[in-house]
Design a protein around this ligand. Sequence first.
Ligand SMILES: [Zn+2]
Length: 300
Amino acid sequence: MKTLLAIFAHPDDESFGIGATLAKYAHEGAAVYYLCGTRGESGTVDPALMRGYTDVGELRSAELECASRELGLAGVRYLGFRDSGMPGSPDNRHPNSLFSASVDAVAERIAGHIQELNPGVVITHDKFGGYGHPDHIKLHHATLRAYEMLYGISLNNDGDWTPGNNAQPSTVNQQSTIVNRQLPIPRLYVTAFPKGMLKLAVRLLPLAGQNPRQFGRNKDIDLVTMSTWVVPVTARVRVSQYAGHKERASACHISQQPVTRQGNLIARLLFRRAAGWESFSRLYPPVKAGERLERDLFGA
Ligand SMILES: [Zn+2]
């Protein structure tokens, strides 16, 4: 049986970004798991939605359970860290925040889940954290570090570390490495947002009176900077059949209204236009020069 493990930071990252891909593989018979870094504790929530819940983390975990059912996931697991909020927020300094945790501490927990589930495919955030969220960036580095610990392969050798995050390039410590060369190494992908569409959004949004540097629910997404980040697309998965699953799973995250449901018509049309495919960048096995665009993450 095929197993896919998605590793992202918050309840909603599984649905808003690549929810249709997760639904597709789940409905094609794969066991699809979501390993979620935090319970989204630092999100701001409309007090009316809090009825019946003791805290934001509990509410957002319930929203994730709902999304998991819509996507057909085999299970949701938590890494047990706390949401760090955006850069500079007081939540960064909480002792249990993902931001405060060392890359190695996060990587050890991830490695444990990979060993237990033995997935054929692992998907995580890109090195820019999608739109720069420190928790996303930390999980990217920690997932790569988990590969070093489990398989003795170093994937983070481009030296390109985003400033503002306390992640440091890790050196392979042979003592703490549980290298097991018998285990098949799962294919590793990061999410990749089509840049052409982003560049178009940056040009069109000002015409609609919207600032592309202050985009999204909390106006903390800088589309101009994002459009300069390069994450090469090496795989495009056709998901138009699963757009409904993604939409329903996204709707479960009532407290986190997705970008696609707000703003003006231009923003919505741009996101809709991109809805038929979801894009990925493969980090392992390394992409060979001249290799064709993949259509299937399991390498079929
Ligand atoms: Zn997130």
